[in-house]
Design a binder for this molecule. Structure first.
Ligand code: S3P
Length: 464
C-alpha cells in the first residue's frame, strides 16, 4: 500500500450551503473483504459486483492472489456486465470482479510478506484462513496497523494449532504457520468483535469437526450470512438473552457465487450526518446496507431528532438494503446504551460530530474498543473537537460532548487524523457547519474505505 508514503494531503472544509441531490456510496467494506476471501476458497469462478475498490479491500485481493487465487477485474465497458443506475444516482463504475478459487485447503504459501496496509479486517480474517492451512505467511502493515493488538486472534488461533512469531505486544509485523490438520475450537468471544469471530470461523472451514463460536454480544453477521450463501454447513442459535451460538462443520466445500455488494452504511454515515446538520439540506443516499447489526447510527440519529426516511426497502445479495432520504433537523443530545456499540462501532466519530452540533449534552460510555481502532478514536476525536472549539471531556471509556445548540462550530485545525480515514471524514463533515472552516492534516487515509468521498460531497454541493 503505497499512498501513505506520499506527501500528506491537507484540505480545508468550510461552511456549506444546503446540500441536495442523490448519491450512492461505495460497496460495503466488510462484505467486500468476505466476498473475496470466500470466493478464493470456492472451487470455480465467483463474480462480485459492487466491490469496494478501496485500499483495504485491494490489500485483501493482493494477499489472496499471493496465496494462489486468480482475481481479475472486468470493467463494465469491456463487456463484463453493467449495473442498472437510476438517472439521477451517481455511482462509480466499479466493474465486476472475477475470482477463481483454489478450494478450501488449497491456499499456497506466499513468497513475500503480505502487505495489509491500514487494514485490520484483512489482517485478522486472513490470519484465520492461514491458521488451518499448512503454510507460513508474514503480515506487515502501516504505522497505524502496526500499533493494533493482534493477541485477540493469535490467542484463539494458537489453540487451533497455528504458531506465531509476533513483534512486541503481539503486534505486526508477525509471521505465522498454520496447522494442517487444525483442531476445531469451541470459543466464547471475550471482546465483541466480528473480526475475531470471523477469523475463527474462517479457520474452521479447513478444520475437521465442528467449530463453535459463542457471541454474548451480537456483532455484524456478514460472515455467517455469506458462509451459508457459499454452501457451508453453518447454524446460528440465538438464546433468550441474545447470546448467539454459531456452529460450523469443517472441511467445507464452497460453491462459487455471484455476489452483489450493497453500499456501505459506515460510509453513508458521513453524508447522512452532513445532511442532518447543514440547514435546509435534503439528500437521498441510495443502496445503503441496513443489516440490523450495522444500522445503529440510524436509530441513534433518529432518537436525537434526525429525519431519516427509508424507502425502497429490499434485499440485495442476502442483505437488507434501502435508500435513505435525509432532511436537515435540529438534534438533541443523547446518552446511548453501550450494549448498542457493535451496531455502530465505526460510526462513533461522526456521531460525536452530530453531538457537537446538537442541543444539550451527550454522554457516550462503554467504548473501550474505540481506543484500538485505526487510531485511538476517543483521544483523536477529543483532541480534534477541542481544536475546533467544542467543549468535551474525555473519559476512559468514552466522551462527554457539550452541543452547540445548532450554532456553527468555531472551526480551526489542522486536525491530526493519525492515519485514520474515519477521523478525516468526520472532521470534514464538521467543517461544513463551521464558522472558520476545519483543516484536516491529511486526507489520504480516506482512500482506504471511501475513495469517492470528496467527489460525493461535490455532487451534493457541499464543496466546490
Ligand atoms: C469489521 C469489524 C469491526 C469494525 C471493522 C470491520 C469487520 O471491527 O470496526 O471496521 O469487517 O468484521 P472489530 O471486529 O474489531 O470490532
Amino acid at each position: 500500500m503505497t499512498s501513505h508514503n506520499d506527501q500528506p494531503s491537507p484540505m480545508t472544509f468550510t461552511a456549506a450551503p444546503a446540500l441536495s441531490g442523490s448519491v450512492a456510496v461505495p460497496g460495503d467494506k466488510s462484505i467486500s473483504h468476505r466476498s473475496l476471501m470466500l470466493s478464493a476458497l470456492a472451487v470455480g469462478e465467483s463474480r462480485v459486483e459492487g466491490l469496494l475498490e478501496g485500499e483495504d479491500v485491494l490489500a485483501t485481493a493482493a494477499a489472496l492472489r499471493a496465496m494462489g487465487a486468480k482475481i481479475t477485474k472486468v470493467s463494465a465497458a469491456d463487456g463484463g456486465g453493467g449495473r442498472a443506475m437510476g438517472a439521477d444516482i451517481r455511482r462509480d463504475d466499479d466493474g465486476i470482479w472475477h475470482i477463481h478459487g483454489v478450494g478450501v485447503g488449497g491456499l499456497l504459501q506466499p513468497q513475500e510478506a503480505l502487505d495489509m496496509g491500514n487494514s485490520g479486517t484483512s489482517t485478522r480474517l486472513l490470519m484465520g484462513l492461514v491458521a488451518s492451512h499448512g503454510i507460513t505467511a508474514t503480515f506487515v502493515g502501516d504505522a497505524s496497523l502496526s500499533k493494533r493488538p493482534m493477541a485477540r486472534v493469535t490467542e484463539p488461533l494458537s489453540r487451533v494449532g497455528a504458531s506465531f512469531t509476533t513483534s512486541p505486544g503481539d503486534r505486526l509485523p508477525l509471521t505465522m504457520t498454520g496447522a494442517c490438520p487444525a483442531v476445531p475450537l469451541d470459543y466464547t468471544l471475550p471482546v465483541a468483535s466480528a473480526q475475531v469471530k470471523s477469523a475463527i470461523l474462517l479457520a474452521g472451514l479447513n478444520t475437521p469437526g465442528i467449530t463453535r463460536v459463542v457471541e454474548p454480544i451480537p456483532t455484524r453477521d456478514h460472515s455467517e450470512r455469506m458462509l451459508k450463501g457459499f454452501g457451508a454447513d453453518l447454524e446460528v442459535e440465538v438464546q433468550a438473552d441474545g447470546t448467539r451460538i454459531i456452529t460450523l462443520k469443517g472441511e467445507a466445500e464452497l460453491k462459487p457465487q455471484n455476489i452483489v455488494v450493497p453500499g456501505d452504511p459506515s460510509s453513508a454515515a458521513f453524508p447522512m450526518v452532513a445532511a442532518l446538520l447543514v440547514p435546509g439540506s435534503q439528500v437521498t443516499i441510495a443502496n445503503v446496507g441496513l443489516n440490523a447489526t450495522r444500522a445503529g447510527l440510524i436509530d441513534l440519529l433518529r432518537e436525537m431528532g434526525g429525519s431519516i426516511e427509508i424507502i425502497n426497502a429490499r434485499e440485495v445479495g442476502g442483505e437488507p438494503v434501502g435508500d435513505l432520504v435525509v432532511t436537515a433537523s435540529a438534534l438533541n443530545g443523547v446518552e446511548p446504551d453501550p450494549a448498542r456499540a457493535p451496531s455502530m462501532i465505526d460510526e462513533y466519530p461522526v456521531a460525536f460530530v452530530a453531538a457537537a452540533f446538537a442541543h444539550g449534552r451527550s454522554i457516550f460510555r462503554g467504548l473501550d474498543e474505540l481506543r484500538v481502532k485505526e487510531s485511538d478514536r476517543i483521544a483523536t476525536m477529543a483532541t480534534g473537537l477541542r481544536a475546533i472549539g467544542v467543549t468535551v471531556e474525555e473519559l476512559e471509556d468514552g466522551i462527554i460532548i457539550e452541543g452547540s445548540g445548532g450554532q456553527p462550530l468555531p472551526g480551526g485545525g489542522p486536525i491530526a487524523t493519525r492515519l485514520d480515514h474515519r477521523i478525516a471524514m468526520s472532521f470534514a463533515v464538521a467543517g461544513l457547519v463551521s464558522r472558520d472552516g476545519v483543516t484536516i492534516d491529511d486526507m489520504r487515509p480516506v482512500a482506504t474505505s471511501f475513495p469517492t468521498f470528496t467527489a460525493l460531497l461535490q455532487t451534493l454541493g457541499a464543496i466546490a
